[in-house]
Write a protein that binds this ligand. Structure first.
Ligand SMILES: C[S@@+](CC[C@H](N)C(=O)[O-])C[C@H]1O[C@@H](n2cnc3c(N)ncnc32)[C@H](O)[C@@H]1O
Length: 597
């Protein structure tokens, strides 16, 4: 009969899937594509043109509720809201909630979609479902046209995805060209024709979109929604998004997505998007809220009036009050109350912070010593112009730590006072610190304390890394030789510690491997000589004759032997390690090199 339209029966299987709220998991799978697109849905089996593919499942909500949610949703959630016309009203399927449904994860492609959204009625409710526009092969991504013209990724894909995709492992995707980006959300209509007609409603602007990472020229600032009169239907309550441990971090990296894990619906202080430009309507609960909801321009405008902005000038007297309260507690042990009070009145600068956090440097005895130092300056001939506390007499300079060390090295009657220098002290401390397996932070602190940068510390004052490894291997070999290898079972080299105080129990059989301290000295110098000669090239022939496997001279026959059971201590000393280092890193390498040339 003319004029009568017959409703087509729903395609096979789709009403069943819709009413049971299940997906064709046997024919579809979700895969992560890249940080730009996030996840996508892929066919694992063949779909014929016209086949039902997947339902866009979620919570069906009426327009008012949809509008309310859009106001409070972050854009990352808002993109999961699917608006459509039905019975002359605009409805929305809100799929913001992370569940296992597949429809919500189907991506947009307005140029070469392989699916189309259609409405299927099941149990008297409309269900947006995707149908194949053509045959779809296994491995192809399911894509459909979201509608609208202004989706951000459609433009961004040209600018950014190329980089991302070239740098990331791709999973199979469609051969379709990338869409262009724009920023307005189109509303899709499910009419009686079963097709979604795409329609943009002018002037129905809405919530702010924060594409924080976009530059402003690309930032979409609004999302179009409808303000049709409402018809109550399953209004939403709080939605708790399930954290998908694997996927969410990836999505957070996606420029267009910033996931929020909890969405509140009950806030009375909602931002009215229709008058967004003033920046005054939305009052965030905290300053952090502010930064999450505005694009750059609006955020800047808003921050001018935001009462939570962090740089609110401090009220006069606040600092003073803080200072007083900081010292309201009794002084630490050994600190006089007078001094503690004095600290209260100090200007709160860096000196104050240093003194306060290290009050022990100002103990009473020390204070007395400083008084003495200052009180006797004139008597000692320190010019008035000398600004230093540890001032030198008749000079404008101060005493340096190294000078003091040198002076006292001589004064104390040390055998080799010239060896007691600040540089060597640093080196020794640095070396021992390495042997002690200090953490990096502790090493930093130590370097700081020794007055140099950690890089300088590592480069000049610490034992070369190889030496420590060598010491560990030596320890291991010694244990092997002594039948104690079981002690190291399951350990890595890192697990083996080298203790400078370690006593190594030597059997007489093993003594040949060790020498007395004096012997070590001889060997070291011999080695050094060899090394120098070889560097000079004066003894290259000899070196090459020895061959690569020739043991270094350190293994020459021993003249002095330790008594059985005598303790060899210290097992690991700087000299010994330098010697080992010279042997293995210097001579052996030279042997190898000269043998190869
Ligand atoms: C409904 S979700 C689709 C599932 C999404 N890919 C995910 O992993 O959650 C829509 C979001 O997917 C991304 N998206 C969809 N189509 C895209 C496309 N063609 N290019 C880049 N991103 C796209 C956008 O970030 C968009 O906000």
């Amino acid at each position: 009969m003319a004029g009568l339209r017959r409703r087509k029966p729903p395609p096979h299987g789709c009403d069943e899937h819709a009413s049971k709220a299940v997906d064709k998991t046997a024919k579809l799978e979700v895969m992560y594509i890249n940080s730009f697109k996030g996840r996508g849905v892929f066919a694992t089996s063949h779909f014929q043109k016209g086949d039902f593919v997947v339902e866009y499942r979620g919570e069906l909500i009426h327009p008012e509720e949809s509008q309310r949610r859009r106001r409070i949703y972050h854009v990352s959630c808002a993109v999961f809201m699917f608006d459509f016309y039905w019975q002359e009203r605009t409805w929305c399927v809100d799929a913001a909630q992370e569940d296992s449904s597949l429809g919500r994860l189907v991506n947009d492609d307005h140029k070469h979609p392989n699916c189309k959204m259609k409405k299927v009625m099941a149990e008297n409710k409309p269900h947006p479902c995707l149908f194949a526009l053509r045959d779809i092969n296994p491995g192809e991504e399911i894509i459909y046209d979201y509608g609208g013209t202004d989706w951000p990724w459609r433009k961004q894909v040209g600018e950014q995805a190329t980089d991302i995709e070239s740098s990331e492992a791709e999973i199979p995707s469609t051969s379709e060209p990338a869409p262009q980006r724009s920023s307005i959300f189109g509303t899709q209509h499910l009419g009686e024709t079963e097709s979604y007609l795409l329609k943009k409603k002018d002037g129905m602007m809405v919530s702010l979109v924060n594409y924080t990472d976009y530059d402003e020229s690309h930032s979409p600032s609004r999302i179009a929604i409808h303000d049709d009169s409402s018809q109550a239907w399953s209004p939403g309550t709080d939605i708790e998004l399930k954290e998908d441990k694997d996927i969410f971090p990836m999505l957070r990296r996606t420029k267009s997505i910033q996931m929020t894990s909890h969405i509140e619906f009950d806030s009375d202080e909602l931002f009215d998007p229709s008058s967004a430009d003033s920046g005054e309507e939305y009052i965030p609960k905290t300053s952090e809220d502010s930064s999450g909801l505005f694009n750059k321009k609006l955020l800047w405008r808003h921050m001018k009036i935001c009462k939570f902005k962090p740089d609110v000038p401090q009220k006069p007297g606040k600092t003073r009050a803080q200072a007083l309260s900081a010292f309201a507690v009794p002084p630490p042990p050994g600190v006089k109350i007078e001094f503690w009070k004095l600290l209260n009145n100090m200007v709160q600068d860096d000196v104050y912070i240093a003194v306060k956090s290290d009050v022990c440097i100002m103990e009473y005895a020390m204070q007395q010593a400083l008084d003495l130092l200052v009180g006797t300056r004139q008597e000692c001939g320190v010019p008035k112009e000398n600004i230093y506390l540890f001032a030198r007499p008749s000079a404008f300079t101060c005493y340096r730590g190294s000078d003091c060390l040198r002076y006292f090295a001589k004064a104390c009657g040390a055998k080799n006072p010239e060896s007691l220098t600040s540089t060597k002290l640093r080196k020794q401390t640095g070396t021992l610190s390495q042997v002690l397996n200090l953490t990096n932070t502790e090493l930093d602190l130590l370097a700081d304390f020794l007055g140099h940068d950690i890089r300088v510390h590592r480069q000049f004052y610490r034992l070369p890394e190889g030496t420590l490894q060598l010491a560990k291997i030596s320890k291991l070999l010694m244990a092997l030789e002594q039948g104690r290898l079981a002690e190291f079972q399951g350990k890595t080299l890192d697990d083996i510690s080298i203790d400078p105080e370690e006593n190594v129990h030597m059997d007489s059989d093993n003594e040949t491997a060790c020498e007395s301290d004096s012997q070590e000295g001889q060997v070291t110098s011999t080695q050094m000589e060899n090394k120098t000669r070889m560097r000079d090239g004066s003894n290259t022939d000899e070196a090459s004759q020895q061959g690569p496997m020739t043991p270094p001279p350190a293994a020459q026959p021993q003249t002095q032997r330790r008594q059985k059971g005598q303790l060899f201590r210290p097992y690991f000393v700087t000299e010994c390690s330098s010697m080992v280092d010279v042997m293995f890193h210097g001579s052996t390498l030279t042997y190898f090199r000269s043998a190869c040339l």
